[in-house]
Design a binder for this molecule. Structure first.
Ligand code: SF4
Length: 334
């Protein structure tokens, strides 16, 4: 496509290869760049990006008024990706990918048609499409939660899925999100991660605070019966199935326990194997690149893990909802 975006336009779409090329022309050595004043400014802006991602920021107009040079602004995108990669927490990666896609989508909405067409084309989408081949459609939508995206709810004709007005914009945003998420985490050299560590720690602390604010202080007495039963089984030295280990680890991780705290729960087992436990806990907690959400009550039942159901279980369909419910009940009583 014969379009050349200028530097001001590239900052809105830093994931484009043209944007990356611009930043690369100004950054020969990352180490040296991070030590320079433009590098310090880029790192500060990168932190802002990640913090904005954590707070689900959806307004982006003010970013155009910042005085950073376009190449520094784009470098901040690259550094933000390094920050979340060094943090080793998949939830940060997912938040950043979502934020960057929302941001691009925000700018695209007010963009000249040919620029919009070009950016969409760069991520493999035709803005003029009123239908999309089924195979392409199913590749694009698996992470879109609204039921209307399910293939069974779509108007499919002659191998094509018809698109409603405005849906192409949602698909562009989702495609950008998926591209960015798929590229992460990056393999960042240890030395660079060490250099970024002060900022990474701030971000991790903010994330931890968010989780704690969402679920509050960890209260074992509010655990659902299934999770308490799994902990008792561990303490008694019973061998848990893979799904049992997965359910408890993902549950504890989601309510805000860190890897060491989760490993402590497994350490209650008489045959505790620290290395194996750390490996499994880190994997399920997202270090391997995918953050897993704990199974719902329906899945727990399927795997025979819904144990000691009580009357409050009738009000929920997810162990996390049970936990929240019990904590709120305890708060009201106190
Ligand atoms: S109903 Fe849900 S929360 Fe209650 S024990 Fe079963 S899986 Fe756990």
């Amino acid at each position: 496509m014969g379009i050349v975006l200028d530097r001001k336009e590239l900052i809105k779409y830093p994931f484009l290869k043209e944007s990356q090329q611009l930043a690369r022309r100004h950054v020969e050595s990352l180490e040296e760049f991070l030590g320079s004043s433009p590098g310090v400014a880029a790192l500060e802006r990168a932190k802002e990006r990640v913090v904005a991602a954590l707070t689900f920021k959806k307004e982006f107009g003010d970013e155009n008024t910042q005085n950073l040079k376009p190449e520094i602004e784009i470098a901040s995108y690259a550094i933000a990706r390094m920050l979340v990669s060094c943090a080793g927490d998949r939830s940060l990666v997912d938040r950043l990918a979502r934020y960057e896609a929302e941001r691009a989508s925000f700018f695209l909405a007010a963009e000249e048609p040919e620029i919009r067409r070009f950016v969409a084309w760069s991520v493999g989408i035709d803005t003029g499409a009123v239908a999309m081949p089924v195979t392409r459609y199913v590749e694009l939508v698996p992470h879109l939660r609204d039921r209307r995206w399910r293939l069974v709810n779509r108007d499919v004709r002659q191998g094509g899925v018809n698109l409603e007005a405005g849906e192409i914009d949602e698909l562009i945003r989702e495609r950008i999100r998926a591209i960015i998420a798929d590229q992460l985490p990056l393999r960042v050299p240890t030395g660079i991660c060490e250099r970024l560590a002060p900022v990474t720690s701030e971000i991790t602390a903010l994330r931890q605070q968010q989780v704690l604010e969402q679920f509050g202080e960890i209260k074992e007495e509010a655990f659902p019966p299934c999770i308490s039963a799994l902990i008792q089984a561990i303490t008694a030295g019973t061998n848990l199935t893979h799904m049992g280990r997965f359910a408890i680890t993902s549950f504890l991780h989601t309510i805000g326990m860190n890897v060491a705290q989760i490993a402590d729960v497994f350490a209650r087992a008489p045959d505790f194997d620290p290395d194996m436990t750390m490996y499994q806990v880190e994997h399920i907690s997202g270090r391997g690149g995918t953050e897993y959400t704990p199974p719902s009550c329906a899945t727990m039942r399927t795997f025979g893990l819904c144990a000691n159901r009580d009357k409050d279980c009738e009000r929920v369909n997810h162990p996390l909802s049970y936990y929240r419910l019990k904590k709120n009940m305890a708060k009201k009583r106190s």
